[in-house]
Every structure is written in C-alpha cells, then in structure tokens.
Design a protein around this ligand. Structure first.
Ligand SMILES: O=C(O)CCC(=O)C(=O)O
Ligand SMILES: [Fe+2]
Length: 297
C-alpha cells in the first residue's frame, strides 16, 4: 500500500530538524528512539500516519508499505532526510545493522562485475527474504530509493509468501517443512541469531512465522531433487502472485518479512555506459520488532 504524507505534515517536518542518532551496539539507541518520537509526535498528524503505516504492515492482509517521501527528500539535506526516515522506521520497529562494517544504512548501488542475481548486481534479483540463513532474520527489511535506474529498469517485486504456500500441494508443503535447505555463508553478523543450516522453509509450528525462502537457493545450493522441486514450485507461485512497481526517488519501501518476500527485476542493459555516480541507488535498513509487539514478534 502507498502512503502519502499530507502536505501540512510535510511543511511541519521540514521545520523540525532531528539531532544525530546514537547507536547501542548495532541497534539504534533507546534514547534516540525516544528523542525522535518526542520531536515527531509534536507535529500534527504524524501519529496518524505512523498508525496507518503500522496497520499496513501488520494488519489483516497487509505486509508491506511504500511511504512517499519524495517532497521531503527534495527539501532536506541527505543527512537530515536520513534522520527523518530513521524516525519513521523507528515508529515500526527498532532499526539495526547486522553488518558490523556498515553504518546503520547500507548502500545498494550497481556493480557491473558482481553476481548479477545478488544484491547490487544488474540482473533479476529473485524472490527472497534478507538474512534467510540466520535463526532470527530481521522482522522488517526496508529500502529507500535515492536514484532510479536512468535506463529505466529495476522494478521492485513483492509477493505474499503465505498465500503462495497455500496454493501448493500438501506433498510439496511437507517437503518444504523438512530441514533440508541451506543458502549462503554466515559470518560476522549482529542481531540475527546463529547460522541456521540446514533449515526448513516452512516452520510448521508457527502459522504466522517466516517462510524462510530465497529462490536464489535453486541455482546456488545443492538440494535433493524432491526438495528442489518443491522449492521451485514455491518460487513459481510467488511469481504468479507478485505485485510490481517502480520505486520513485524518496519512496521508502518497508517489507514485513514474516508475510512478504521481495525481489527486483533486472536493471536495463547497458549499465556499463552509466557513470557509477548516476546509477540506481537504494539505501537499506533492517528492523527488529519491539519486544512488546506481539503482532510481529
Ligand atoms: O535492488 C533492489 O531493489 C532490491 C535489493 C535487495 O533485495 C537486496 O539487496 O537484498
Ligand atoms: Fe533483499
């Protein structure tokens, strides 16, 4: 769902600079969360938008939202805009960085030499959840669009994971519930638990739990034939149920990883002709549900 910011709220937010944030380990410090909340809730209608956002992410049938912040992106410096977006994110859950070498917000640029199907690659980025091989993946993954692909590619794709699973046969679901899947490497990560290997895609005991899936495992992990076939069926159902849209500069996409999986269509061919500083750019931030929040935890 797309959430627009009323223009009177935009005007108020532009006049209300937020201070720099502080971190507590890899998490946004509680003091910064409270400071941002106090500042932002002093603007009329902020709480209404924050409630709309939370409902879009955790209410019935929900699971993702796009906050339209393009006017604020234009009016504010990069630093001030990032603080404001961090303030919106903190209304949903606790911002953190699983990568010790990265700041809170991680750049996703375009690298022509990288595996095309992976983050910052130029190819089709198949349906996945982020940090799929941690025992505690981030509850939310978020992407802030800074620059579009100037050549016109890079449509975002989203799919309701539980709806896709529900369309599979009982036999396939039984295979997906077995601890027979693995993907990627796991080292030097904060706040996402231990390495989970092998893992079940479906956690049978928890209907509101993660569908722990990445279609990238079909090509990059050794799986038994039967388990691979069930995973391929799931990947096909995800595509069948997908929604797609082009993020615009200043759009902030938040995905509840317990409900939706995400990906991205290929960038347009010819990326090597685009100067690095003009290529598509997103900023990524992860969120951990607050301990008090039963809806996502
Ligand atoms: O480039 C995109 O739009 C998505 C990237 C992504 O999903 C990731 O890096 O995990
Ligand atoms: Fe991702």
């Amino acid at each position: 769902m797309v959430i627009d910011i009323p223009s009177e709220l935009e005007v108020d937010l532009i006049d209300r600079p937020l201070p720099p944030w502080e971190l507590d380990g890899s998490f946004l410090a509680q003091s910064s969360m409270e400071e941002y909340r106090t500042e932002l809730t002093a603007t009329p209608r902020f709480e209404e938008i924050a409630a709309t956002l939370r409902h879009a992410l955790t209410g019935e049938g929900g699971g993702y939202a796009v906050l339209r912040l393009g006017n604020l992106a234009k009016a504010l410096s990069g630093v001030r805009f990032r603080r404001l977006v961090t303030g919106f994110a903190a209304e949903v859950a606790v911002p953190f960085s699983p990568f010790p070498r990265w700041p809170l917000w991680k750049d996703i640029g375009v690298k022509v030499d990288k595996d095309p199907g992976k983050s910052s690659g130029i190819g089709y980025n198949a349906f996945h959840m982020d940090l799929v091989n941690g025992t505690r993946p981030p509850d939310y993954t978020t992407l802030l669009c800074v620059r579009l692909d100037p050549l016109g590619g890079g449509t975002s794709i989203l799919s309701d994971a539980h709806a896709a699973v529900a369309r599979l046969s009982e036999d396939s679901r039984a295979l997906l519930a077995e601890s027979a899947y693995h993907y990627g490497t796991f080292f030097d990560l904060f706040g996402v638990g231990e390495e989970y290997k092998p893992f079940p895609i479906l956690d049978g005991s928890d209907p509101g739990g993660f569908v722990r899936f990445t279609a990238k495992m079909l090509e990059r992990s050794e799986l038994s034939q039967a388990h691979a076939d069930a995973a391929r069926e799931l990947a096909e159902e995800l595509v069948r149920g997908q929604v797609s849209f082009m993020l615009q500069p200043g759009d902030y996409l938040i995905v509840n990883q317990r409900r939706f999986l995400h990906g991205r269509e290929a960038l347009h061919s010819g990326q090597d002709t685009v100067p690095v500083a003009e290529r598509r750019l997103l900023l990524q931030l992860f969120l951990r549900a607050k301990a008090s929040d039963g809806s996502a935890a």
